[in-house]
Design a protein around this ligand. Structure first.
Ligand code: HEM
Length: 425
């Protein structure tokens, strides 16, 4: 009864057209605006997934306040039955998503193990590594005058940092890049042609991580993987398989998201010359607000899903136990009930209550501070060494309702010689 009362208007069905999710921001922005204004909570049809068919449908939440409300009530809206709209068998969802697809107490236990491994000393080392690697990456393209802004620039810092944190040997880093493209490209036939391709990428990544985990169990070093494998919570350790799942989550979550924030940031600064001037001239002071605005504007993670654990209500709309709820972060981040002039890109925006890293609650992005640091440092290095860098081709967007991704996009700049960073600086 409730569902039929709240069916999404046909023209606002988000999975109605094949090109909707690769159409770039403006078409999507208009549709989400209409949803927020006329159907903020409505029931939608699911996409048809080859080999899986079509699921039972889901509730679409497009307003900031509703996304916040659901995120902060994990006891009513759980993650353990999956966090993407299509249903996967629970074991597969857990294997691929680790803690993001779990509820308390298992979620809390895993999160504590990881938190325990992030000691202040280790965080300081990672911070330093971000600066050194960002300089190396900028130096590696600086004499070319032009390059692919995604693969050669934006993708490199998050990829290298995650791989190094997780002890992946350098010769495997490019393979990790290719595999996470397949995993998070699900929905885009160019990256993920079939379910078999997806599963085989997941397995290959898991094997890679499991090997490292087993090695650190037997031969501890002072790296993060060793710390995680040996950390103890309530007398329990992380098992090598849990470590593999966690690595799949980290490499997907920490890699593609930050990469896309950097790619979108470069595109935005090319489109908004005035904002680039503000940032470039005010560097240190502007960087914190500019980072938040890039994440708000680009919203690299378009949605996550929850499932109702009981009959309940959201803003007066009845939701039945077992029904799925999609939290459209992309829409919440343009909600004019919260943001002043939400369609303006403003590197000085304050306050900026965006939900790009989630909307609070126990699953709030574990890597938010690392991502902020990576985005800030790469732009500071670019402004210093390649100050006229600009995007020189139209972005090619990923076809995905999950990741707001740019697959390819050229950039150009005046060639420069970039010195290596003196480690004693
Ligand atoms: C701009 C970059 C990033 C964005 C936009 C982003 C976004 C998100 C979002 C929306 C969530 C879910 C929040 C929720 O359900 O409440 C999340 C969770 C998570 N993120 Fe990020 N993320 C980014 C970078 C990173 C990085 C660099 C890492 C790791 C080093 C990371 C690791 C994680 C993990 C492990 C979770 C799951 C946390 C849990 O379930 O407790 N993320 N992220």
């Amino acid at each position: 009864m409730t569902r039929t009362q709240y069916l999404a208007p046909a023209e606002l069905e988000l999975f109605g057209s094949e090109t909707f999710w690769s159409s770039g921001s403006s078409t999507r922005a208009e549709t989400f605006q209409q949803l927020r204004d006329s159907a903020p909570i409505c029931f939608m049809e699911e996409p048809i997934i080859p080999d899986f068919g079509q699921g039972p449908g889901f509730w679409s939440l497009s307003r900031h306040s509703d996304v916040m409300e659901v995120s902060r009530h994990p006891e009513i809206f759980c993650s353990g039955l999956g966090t993407n709209i299509p249903d996967l068998p629970i074991e597969i969802a857990e294997f691929m998503g680790s803690m993001i697809n779990m509820d308390s107490p298992r979620h809390t236990r895993l999160r504590m193990i990881v938190n325990r491994a992030f000691t202040p000393k280790r965080v300081a080392l990672i911070d330093r590594d971000v600066r050194v690697k960002a300089r190396q990456i900028v130096a590696s393209i600086s004499e070319l005058g032009e390059c692919d802004a995604v693969e050669q620039l934006a993708a490199q810092l998050p990829l290298q940092i995650i791989c190094e944190m997780m002890g992946i040997p350098q010769e495997d880093w490019h393979r990790v890049f290719e595999l996470t493209n397949v995993i998070l490209g699900a929905g885009d036939p160019e990256f993920t042609p079939s379910m078999e391709a997806l599963m085989s990428a997941v397995m290959e990544l898991a094997m890679l991580a499991q090997r490292v985990g087993e090695d650190r169990l037997a031969n501890p070093t002072d790296d993060l993987v060793s710390a995680m494998m040996h950390a103890e919570v309530d007398g329990e350790h992380l098992q090598p398989m849990e470590m593999a799942s966690f690595f799949i989550l980290l490499s997907a979550a920490g890699n593609e998201t930050t990469r896309n924030a950097i790619s979108h940031g470069l595109h935005l600064l090319t489109q908004h010359e005035d904002q680039r001037q503000v940032w470039q001239t005010g560097l240190g002071e502007v960087t914190p607000t500019a980072i938040e605005e890039i994440v708000r504007w680009s919203t690299p993670v378009v949605h996550f899903r929850r499932t109702a654990t009981c009959d309940t209500q959201i803003s007066g709309v009845k939701i039945a136990k077992g029904e799925k709820v999609a939290l459209w972060y992309e829409s919440a981040n343009r909600d004019d009930r919260v943001f002043d002039k939400p369609f303006e890109f403003d590197v000085l925006r304050k306050p900026n209550e965006h939900v790009g890293f989630g909307a609070g609650g126990p699953h709030f992005c574990l890597g938010a501070n690392l991502a902020r640091r990576e985005i800030g440092v790469i732009f500071e290095e670019l402004f210093q060494w390649l100050p006229d860098i600009r995007i020189s081709s139209e972005p090619e967007y990923l076809q995905s309702a999950f990741i707001h991704g740019i697959k390819r996009m050229r950039c150009e700049f005046t060639p420069a010689e970039v010195p290596a960073l003196d480690l004693d600086d």
